[in-house]
Design a protein around this ligand. Structure first.
Ligand code: ARG
Length: 442
């Protein structure tokens, strides 16, 4: 029974929140005249001592005492006696654990928000540095059109900004205090739930006691938001893995973020990126796990809900590690600009620019221009030439009105520079956007 029932091996991580909740509860009980001021003073003294003992790792948790709440309370009673026994008046472990866990998730949201800001700042810095560095842009992982490296990095800044905004939103909805809902029905004592809510930084108390002790939406929202964020990090990690691979070599990572092979001396493996890509599995897993735990539970509390914590702790740890690894790699990576530039010009990446020229300068309808461009690309392919090296008279076989002006649009530089419409990849846009983010994140 103890092996399946005890949660102290993992919920010890709630100790700070548990002590904070008890301090707020005791102060409110005294204020309302439910316990004496003297009892409150010894409770406060005792809880402060436990806090120091746990922080200095001189506190031994006892699995026979099941969880963090009973461990702390038993120690308190052993230390201060009778007054400690009065602390649990007007509350239950059900509202206590809901309160502790909300406080923990709120703290984790704040910590992850800061880490994401660091990652965004690293990306914005590198984007500013590489506003004009040209690389191939892909669709279907086929060379499509030239883009700037800075533009590519800023795409992730946009994703991470949405991730942060989702977390902020979850935090706002989470911020109601369940403390005082007691076991499920509320309490007969004249408690002041607004007072404890305020002391713990909540906006207000929760309105329904049954919902208060049985709600884990806040944990599910946190895990959903982390899942979307992890999906973003995983896509980026995948790109880094592709970019450092031998056929690409767009970027180089230093030894700080790669490992050697035990048998192949030439190898530098992007392990940090691979692990960030893989940690996604834990985070998605945590979400599915908790959704499954919750989906059939009748109101109100059931012990099933104790399974919420490991999933959330594990996902939060994995998220923090992945964000830190990605931030490190963004600051570390060295793009090979010559190689990126060369790859950007390969595979007729400026064909769209040619078609746009036919529309803009010769007044062709876009569909016709698309067709003419296809013939020119085929002619270049047949001769084994890049578009920019194709003689003018060959192009004129496809459309006689083409002039030498065409060669101005066929370089990768001209291609990116021309994409000046808002949101496009032009270096001037990227420099402006990168500066905007650097300011916003400073
Ligand atoms: N360790 C428990 C949990 O995490 C605390 C709440 C226990 N409540 C109860 N009625 N047994 O859910």
């Amino acid at each position: 029974m103890q092996a399946i029932n005890a949660s102290i091996s993992f919920d010890y991580r709630l100790w700070r929140e548990d002590i904070a909740g008890s301090l707020a509860h005791a102060a409110m009980l005294a204020h309302q005249g439910i316990i004496s001021k003297d009892d409150e003073a010894s409770i406060r003294q005792g809880l402060t001592e436990i806090g120091s003992a746990i922080a200095s790792q001189s506190f031994t948790f006892d699995p026979a005492l099941e969880d963090i709440h009973t461990n702390i309370e038993a120690w308190l009673v052993g230390r201060i006696g009778e007054a400690g026994r009065r602390l649990h008046t007007g509350r239950s472990r059900n509202d206590q654990v809901a309160t502790d866990f909300k406080l923990w998730v709120r703290g984790a949201i704040d910590a992850i928000d800061l880490s994401l800001r660091d990652l965004m700042r690293a990306l914005a810095d590198r984007a500013a540095e590489h506003a004009a560095t040209i690389m191939p842009g892909f669709t279907h992982l086929q060379t499509a059109q030239p883009v700037t490296f800075g533009h590519h990095l800023l795409a992730y800044v946009e994703m991470l900004a949405r991730d942060r905004s989702r977390l902020t939103d979850a935090r706002r909805r989470l911020n109601e205090s369940p403390l005082g809902a007691a076991a499920l029905a509320g309490t007969t004592f004249p408690i002041d739930r607004s007072m404890t809510a305020q002391a713990l930084g909540f906006d207000r108390p929760t309105a329904n006691s049954l919902d208060s002790v049985s709600d884990r939406d806040f944990a599910l929202e946190f895990l959903s938001d982390l899942s979307i964020m992890a999906m973003h990090l995983s896509r980026f990690a995948e790109e880094i893995i592709i970019w450092v691979s031998a056929p690409y070599r767009f970027i180089r990572l230093s030894d700080a973020f790669t490992t050697g092979s035990s048998i192949m001396p030439q190898k530098r493996n992007p392990d940090a990126a691979e692990l960030a890509r893989a940690k996604t599995g834990r985070i998605f897993g945590a979400l599915i796990s908790l959704l499954t735990v919750m989906k059939g539970l009748p109101l109100a509390y059931a012990k099933d809900m104790q399974e919420d914590k490991e999933a959330v702790f594990n996902a939060a740890d994995a998220a923090e590690l992945s964000i830190a690894a990605m931030t490190g790699m963004v600051r570390d990576m060295q793009p090979d600009e010559a190689r990126m530039h060369q790859a950007a010009g390969a595979d007729y990446a400026t064909a769209t620019d040619l078609a746009d020229y036919l529309v803009r300068d010769l007044g062709l309808p876009f569909r016709t221009a698309h067709h003419v461009t296809g013939r020119i690309v085929a002619a270049a392919e047949a001769r084994g030439l890049d578009l920019a090296d194709l003689p003018l008279d060959v192009m004129q076989e496809a459309e006689r009105r083409i002039t030498g002006e065409i060669f101005k649009v066929l370089t990768v530089e001209a291609s990116v520079a021309a994409r000046r419409a808002y949101g496009g990849t032009a270096p001037e846009n990227v420099a402006r956007e990168a500066a905007k983010w650097q300011n916003a994140l400073a």
